[in-house]
Design a protein around this ligand. Structure first.
Ligand SMILES: Cc1cc2nc3c(=O)[nH]c(=O)nc-3n(C[C@H](O)[C@H](O)[C@H](O)COP(=O)(O)OP(=O)(O)OC[C@H]3O[C@@H](n4cnc5c(N)ncnc54)[C@H](O)[C@@H]3O)c2cc1C
Length: 355
């Protein structure tokens, strides 16, 4: 059976729960159930494992729609999807063990991989891996960021050997030597229950190895994929709907809205072009990532400027969008993207308008 694309109406329950998902430390149960019943959890998994797959372009469209309605739930899903992608290129026995349960929603996986790419790159590897004589591995150190770790059946964890090569494991939660901290006191996305995990002489066999040892198991750039950009565009389109409503009674909003929409369309066309040409040039994807980050930051700041003080009071959606937009500055953001964003933020003061 072909999978049906989800619609705005389907995701209305996620919008209702978006503020609670962002502010409470509770798992967003109702929103996750809605994703399950809509077939979203099966949409990235091949039919041979019980999935009902969408094409890549459709998956990206789905990410955008989800990001529009509830960034917390769609972010949790994005981390699960990162785990699913790793399992899909992992060994057959782990695919067989996990993919059917992931397709049905009975199982949940997440990832703790940023220590290989975007987190703690200025210090010694955060998670040390040693190959033992018996062929097992021993893991020691921290996995600094793991979303929904305490909800996961297994976690994709990346570590580094003494020779600098990297390895990825799929480690069941509750494995001896693995501890999960309480959720971090984040200012956003609290329902994601993001936390740190620690490995203390954790010993694991090679049957749990997903990838490596290799120099860059996640590719040379790491992070910053089109999926992240689509979530930023999704959040932007929620704000655009708000600006449209404001524009009805406020003439000053119309030209600003026009500029936001133009940049949104340029980014969207860029993504379509990458997909049409099947381009695998990372610089194109990273450019999209930087531009969509700048767009979501600027658009949410515009919305707050227009919403004024009222926009800072819970549960006005603008306060949530402004906080959540900041997340794109730090999440899955390789150095090259943050350099581009920093350049965009350097001072153009706007003072010519005051003269
Ligand atoms: C809500 C949330 C959820 C996340 N979920 C996941 C997840 O599920 N899985 C996952 O793998 N990742 C996840 N991440 C991680 C994310 O993708 C980034 O890797 C992370 O935000 C990078 O931040 P960091 O503080 O670890 O960076 P770091 O680079 O470690 O920076 C920390 C501090 O180190 C100092 N510092 C940084 N660079 C330098 C330097 N060059 N020289 C000297 N000092 C420096 C600064 O003081 C900085 O504040 C999540 C992040 C967030 C915010």
């Amino acid at each position: 059976m072909a999978n049906r694309m989800i619609s705005d109406e389907d995701l209305f329950p996620l919008s209702i729960g978006a503020e609670a998902a962002d502010q409470l430390f509770d798992w967003p149960e109702q929103s996750w159930k809605q994703l399950t019943s809509l077939g979203v959890l099966s949409s990235s998994i091949p039919e041979s494992f019980g999935g009902n797959p969408l094409h890549y372009a459709e998956l990206l469209q789905q990410s955008e729609l989800l990001g529009k309605h509830c960034l917390t739930t769609s972010f949790i899903l994005s981390q699960r999807e990162a785990g699913v992608r790793r399992i899909l290129v992992g060994p057959a026995h782990l695919q067989k063990q996990f993919l059917p349960g992931l397709a049905s929603g009975e199982l949940f996986v997440t990832v703790g991989m940023s220590q290989l790419t975007t987190s703690r790159q200025h210090q010694k590897p955060s998670l040390h891996v040693e190959l033992l004589l018996e062929g097992d591995y021993q893991l020691d150190g921290e996995v600094p960021w793991v979303t929904a770790a305490d909800h996961a059946d297994a976690i994709v964890i990346g570590g580094t050997l003494d020779d600098g090569r990297q390895v990825l494991f799929l480690i069941p939660r509750g494995w001896p030597g693995l501890t999960i901290d309480p959720p971090m006191n984040l200012i956003v996305l609290r329902g994601s229950r993001t936390t740190t995990m620690r490995c203390d002489r954790l010993r694991i066999g090679s049957e749990w190895l997903l990838n490596g040892p290799a120099e860059f198991v996640l590719g040379k750039v790491g992070g910053g994929g089109l999926e992240t950009s689509m979530l930023a565009l999704g959040l932007t389109s929620a704000v655009v709907d708000y600006l449209r409503k404001e524009a009805v009674n406020r003439s000053e909003v119309e030209p600003i809205l026009g500029e936001v929409l133009s940049e949104y369309q340029r980014i969207r066309s860029g993504i379509t072009s990458i997909l049409d040409r099947q381009s695998d040039d990372p610089s194109e994807t990273l450019t999209i990532r930087a531009r969509s980050t700048v767009l979501v930051i600027r658009t949410t700041q515009i919305a707050l400027t227009l919403a004024k003080g009222a926009g800072l009071i819970h549960p006005h959606p603008v306060q949530r969008w402004v906080r959540q937009a900041n997340f794109f500055l730090v999440w899955s953001c390789p150095r090259i993207v943050s350099d581009a964003v920093l350049t965009a933020f350097r001072f153009g003061s706007g003072e010519e308008i005051l003269r």
